[in-house]
Structure formats: structure tokens, C-alpha cells
Design a protein around this ligand. Structure first.
Ligand SMILES: Nc1ncnc2c1ncn2[C@@H]1O[C@H](COP(=O)(O)OP(=O)(O)O)[C@@H](O)[C@H]1O
Ligand SMILES: [Mg+2]
Length: 573
């Protein structure tokens, strides 16, 4: 049994305390199907989140089978199914793949047969068997809602909370979904609560709770609703509510409340619910323990690759920049990188000719120095661009699904690890290909090619991690992309490789500019003649390669830390 006693949920608004939920007291017996109705903005979603544990009540107590949830801990993630208002499945996966994924992430099944049985049962219960192979992207509104329910049913939850799962549906689909919810409440003593704005199909519910300005103003049988509010049809309840102060309505209900719940309690004693938490025939007993870190990690990684390979646009863009960017660098080197001659190597017959030769060599010297410095910077900048393309949308673009899965028991570390493993492959392929392709054609005169390679790898990894951090902190994929593009855009001007900054600005910005460190380290790893040539064309000081590698490693670590903080945050549930 679920019980709420004097529950408040309040927020501070202009230094005043506003009660979004104002003194809610109610009881729900096992196997009960309840609607929460009320005008838009009355607090239905807020109340549902308090019950789910997503909103922590400001005052009052919640009990589950007599257990005080605020003192003795919330329900396990596997005991609650929460179906939010938005769609929670990947468009590119099929119905069956989505459900398989949910089982792997949330349920410890014993063996293949048990996995298969659960999969089939969930699809059958939600009427999805016939369309199991269809991609989510082509599903109708009603089918999507049924899939959302299926994803929650994989743990066989004792409490199923649904937010507006019928809104936006045509009347027939709406009725089908409400019937399905009704059916689901008849299994395993499960409590099903459906938040809805609609007053259609009320007769399918065991009880209806009416909220008005955050206050409970009625809870009872659907057929008594019209009588209680002195209206002839349910649809007239909302206009009727507006005619009195919500306080008056709430006071009136408090007078009837005790009688209603006493009657309910005694009815439950006469005909005890078939199965308080005990599975009836046909249901599958599941362990409450979640799958471990590694299973969740592999499930997410596998799914990420599948989505990547199925997303034609993303795949094309990745391949195009993987191949195109290094080619772009090489085009700039077509003019030819002259080997650097030292100024004293010239053999001239007379002093005038010698002076001419020296001037010519010096000119080439500058040109080659400038070209090599430019090529290294170009490699670096293009890799930072690839980095932002890798990860700017990675978390922000699927935030709702992620948070939903985390609420369902996903370990944030498994999630982050799956991102690192996926992006790591992109980073390694991009950086190696950039370094090796350009080296084979341009023959940059490096004294230490492994260092050059390591620096390119490090700058790509650092920027990918930083953009992943931005992605984890952002409200939307658009915001995250924009911030990442700005970040990359500022790398070149602030690096000092093109134009020198005033020295105070240089010292302020330099520690944060990954491109500077990758470029500076790359130039420092050139052979000594070329290094001298580059040094004579730039106004900026260079740093030792190992120091640059260290700074980029720190950038990477900071990016990962921010990403970790970001995935622990609540943004949209
Ligand atoms: N975290 C919050 N901070 C401030 N206002 C909120 C918050 N959550 C909800 N509200 C406000 O509380 C009211 C009730 O919201 P909600 O529960 O979503 O309504 P319903 O689901 O009934 O349409 C709305 O006016 C909404 O803007
Ligand atoms: Mg709502």
C-alpha cells in the first residue's frame, strides 16, 4: 500500500515559499488503478515526481507497505516504473532492440531462456509482438506509449507511474492505452497511477484524484465524481473548480476524506487483494539487484556503435572529415617543404655572390619555417574541430533517455565509461590517420615522430573530453554544439601562433588553449635546424614537448571531471 501523509512540496519564489503540492494526504491499495486529473499546471507532474522520489517532499511522509520511505530509504529502481511525458527510446533502434537493451541494463536474468521469456512476455503484455522488428522512428503515438510502458515493465515493478501517456493520442488509441494500464494493475498487486488532463475513460479507473492548485480536492470512485462536484458530465469539473477558492475545495474534501479511506480499508479486509506483492501465475520473479558495472557498460557501448553505424548522416560526416581534413593539410604543403640548409653551408666564389646566396637561403629558411609551423597548427586545429564534432552532442543529445535510464538504475560511471570507450576509438583513428598520412606526404622534419603523434592524440583527446564535459553540462544539444564551436574557434587566435597577443593576455589565456600546447610541443619536437627556422618566424615562446603533453593530459582530466559532474546532475527528469 502506498500512503502519503501531509505532503508538501515547496519552492522559493521571490523570497516567498510557494507550495506546489499543498498538504496532500492519500492512500492507495495494491492492485489499484488511479488517475490523477486536474487543470494544466495544477501540480500533477510534481505530485507524481514526489511519489517517484524525483522530487523530495518539503514536509510530510510517504509510506510503502508501512515503511517510511524518507527514513528507511526509497523504493529500489527496479520496484518503480516511471514513464515520463517525453519519448524515451532511440529512433534508430527497433522495438525489440529497445526492450532487449532495457532488460540488459536493468535486469539480472538467469540464462538465455529466462531472458527470452521475459522479452516475449513484455512484448505480449504491451501488444508489441507483431511490430517487434519496426524501428521506433516509424511508430505511431499509441505504439510509442506502449513501448515506453514495455521498457518499464521489464523489471516487473510494483509501482507504475505514468505521466500523460495518453495525451496527444486519438480517442481510440487513448482508450487502448488506458485499458492496457488497467490490465497492468491487475497483475502482481501492482499499483498503477496515471496522470492525465483528459477526463475521458474515467470509468476504467478504480479511483480518480482531482488536484487543484496543488491541493487534493477529491479522491474517490469515478462514478461519484459528478455527484461530488454537482455536475452532469465529468468534463464540467474543471470549470466548476474555477468557481471556488482551492482552499475551500480542499477543506470540503478533508471532511469526506476519512470516511472514504475507512471504507476502502474495510473493503480491502473483506476481499484482500489477491496478491500483495506476490506474483500470480504467468508473471516472472526477478531479482531486485541491478546488472553490474561491466554488463551495463558493454550494453551501452554495443548500442552506441549500433546507433553510430545506423545513422547515415553522422557516419558520412565522420568519414568525410576523417579523410578530408588530412588531405586539406597536405594541399597547403604542395608548394614543397624545402630541406633547411644552414647559412654557413654555402659555397661561393666571391663575397658578393656569397652574400646573395646567404640572403636566398635566409628567405627560404623563413618560408620553410613559416610553412612547417603553419602545417602543424593546421593539423592541430583540424583535430580540435573533429573533437568538437565527436562529442558536443554526445550526452546533451540523449539527455532525457540517459536520465530516465539512470533513474531506472543505470550507473553513471558505466555510462561515462561507455562514452570514453566509444569516443576513444574515434580519437585514435582520427589522430593516427592525420599524423601518419601527413607525415608520409610532407615529411615534416621531426626529431621525434612519436612525440608529434602523441601530441596530436593528446590534443584530440583533450578537446573531445572538454566538449564531452560541455555536453554533460548543457541543457540542450544546440547549446552544447554552439559552445563547443566557440571553444574551437577561439583556439587559433588565442594560440599566439598566428598573431602575438599582448603579454598579459597571453599569460591569462595560454594555460587554457589546448591548441597552443599541441602546436608548441609539435614545433619543439622538430629537428634543431627547422626548430631554429620556425623560431625565427614566430613571436611566441615555445615549450618543451613533454611539458605540452603534460598540460594536454591535464586538460583531458579536467574535461573528464566536468563530464562526470555533468552526468551526476539532474537536468530534465
Ligand atoms: N522545479 C520547479 N520550480 C519552479 N516551478 C515549478 C517546478 N516544477 C513545477 N513548477 C511549476 O509548478 C506548477 C505545476 O507544475 P506541474 O506539476 O508540471 O503541472 P501539471 O503537470 O499539473 O500540468 C507549474 O506552474 C510549474 O510551472
Ligand atoms: Mg504535467
Amino acid at each position: 500500500m502506498l500512503e502519503l501523509k501531509d505532503i508538501y512540496f515547496s519552492i522559493e519564489k521571490d523570497d516567498e515559499e510557494v507550495h506546489l503540492i499543498d498538504d496532500a494526504t492519500l492512500k492507495i491499495h495494491p492492485g489499484h488503478f488511479m488517475a490523477i486529473v486536474g487543470p494544466s499546471g495544477c501540480g500533477k507532474t510534481t505530485l507524481l515526481k514526489v511519489i517517484a522520489g524525483l522530487n523530495v517532499e518539503s514536509k510530510g511522509n510517504l509510506y510503502w507497505n508501512g515503511r517510511d520511505l524518507s527514513e528507511e530509504g526509497d523504493l529500489e529502481p527496479s520496484e518503480i516504473g516511471y514513464v515520463p511525458q517525453f519519448s524515451i527510446a532511440y529512433e534508430l533502434l527497433t522495438v525489440e532492440e529497445s526492450i532487449r537493451g532495457a532488460i540488459r541494463l536493468r535486469v539480472r536474468t538467469r540464462g538465455r531462456a529466462a531472458f527470452h521469456d521475459l522479452l516475449e512476455k513484455v512484448m505480449e503484455d504491451t501488444g508489441l509482438t507483431a511490430i517487434r522488428g519496426r524501428p521506433v522512428r516509424v511508430l505511431s503515438g499509441g505504439q510509442r506509449r506502449r513501448l515506453s510502458l514495455a521498457l518499464e515493465l521489464v523489471t516487473n515493478p510494483v509501482l507504475l507511474l505514468c505521466d500523460e501517456v495518453t495525451s496527444g493520442l486519438d480517442p481510440k488509441s487513448e482508450q487502448e492505452v488506458v485499458k492496457l494500464l488497467h490490465q497492468l494493475s491487475r497483475e502482481s498487486g501492482r499499483i498503477v497511477i496515471n496522470v492525465t488532463h483528459s477526463l475521458a475513460n474515467l470509468d476504467l479507473y478504480d479511483s480518480v484524484l482531482v488536484l487543484h492548485e496543488g491541493k487534493v480536492v477529491y479522491h474517490g470512485q469515478p462514478r461519484a465524481l459528478e455527484h461530488y462536484f454537482s455536475v452532469t458530465i465529468a468534463e464540467d469539473v474543471y470549470p466548476r473548480l474555477a468557481k471556488r477558492e482551492s482552499d475551500d475545495w480542499a477543506q470540503s474534501w478533508k471532511k469526506h476524506r476519512a470516511n472514504y479511506y475507512e471504507a476502502l480499508d474495510s473493503a480491502a479486509q473483506v476481499a484482500p487483494q489477491k496478491n500483495e506483492g506476490v506474483p500470480v501465475d504467468g508473471t516472472i520473479t526477478l531479482s531486485a539487484a541491478m546488472p553490474g558495472f561491466f554488463v551495463q557498460f558493454l550494453t551501452l557501448l554495443f548500442r552506441r556503435w549500433k546507433l553510430f553505424l545506423r545513422d547515415g548522416g553522422q557516419l558520412f560526416l565522420q568519414i568525410a572529415i576523417l579523410i578530408g581534413f588530412p588531405v586539406l593539410v597536405v594541399i597547403f604543403a604542395l608548394d614543397g617543404i624545402e630541406p633547411i640548409k644552414s647559412l654557413s653551408d654555402s659555397i661561393a666564389a666571391n663575397p658578393i655572390e656569397e652574400a646573395n646566396q646567404q640572403a636566398e637561403i635566409f628567405k627560404n629558411h623563413l618560408k620553410t619555417g613559416g610553412l612547417i609551423s603553419g602545417l602543424i597548427m593546421f593539423q592541430v586545429i583540424l583535430l580540435t574541430l573533429m573533437a568538437s564534432n565527436n562529442s558536443a552532442r554526445e550526452i546533451a543529445g540523449e539527455r532525457q533517455i540517459y536520465e530516465k535510464e539512470r533513474f531506472g538504475g543505470l550507473n553513471p560511471l558505466s555510462y561515462l565509461a561507455s562514452k570514453v570507450a566509444f569516443l576513444g576509438v574515434l580519437v585514435v583513428v582520427q589522430s593516427f590517420w592525420m599524423a601518419i598520412f601527413v607525415q608520409n606526404i610532407c615529411h615534416l622534419p621531426t626529431a621525434n615522430f612519436s612525440m608529434h603523434l602523441a601530441l596530436l592524440l593528446a590534443v584530440n583527446a583533450a578537446m573531445t573530453a572538454i566538449c564531452l564535459g560541455i555536453s554533460a553540462m548543457s541543457k540542450s544539444a544546440e547549446q552544447s554544439s554552439l559552445l563547443s564551436v566557440y571553444l574551437v574557434g577561439f583556439q587559433l587566435p588565442l594560440s599566439g601562433a598566428v598573431l602575438a597577443l599582448p603579454s598579459f593576455a597571453e599569460w591569462l589565456s595560454r594555460p587554457f588553449i589546448s591548441a597552443y600546447w599541441a602546436w608548441s610541443g609539435g614545433v619543439s619536437s622538430l629537428d634543431s635546424k627547422t626548430l631554429g627556422a620556425v623560431d625565427s618566424v614566430i613571436d611566441t615562446s615555445l615549450q618543451a614537448s613533454w611539458l605540452c603533453l603534460l598540460v594536454l593530459t591535464i586538460h583531458f582530466a579536467v574535461g573528464m571531471f566536468v563530464a562526470y559532474v555533468g552526468v551526476k546532475k539532474n537536468r530534465c527528469l
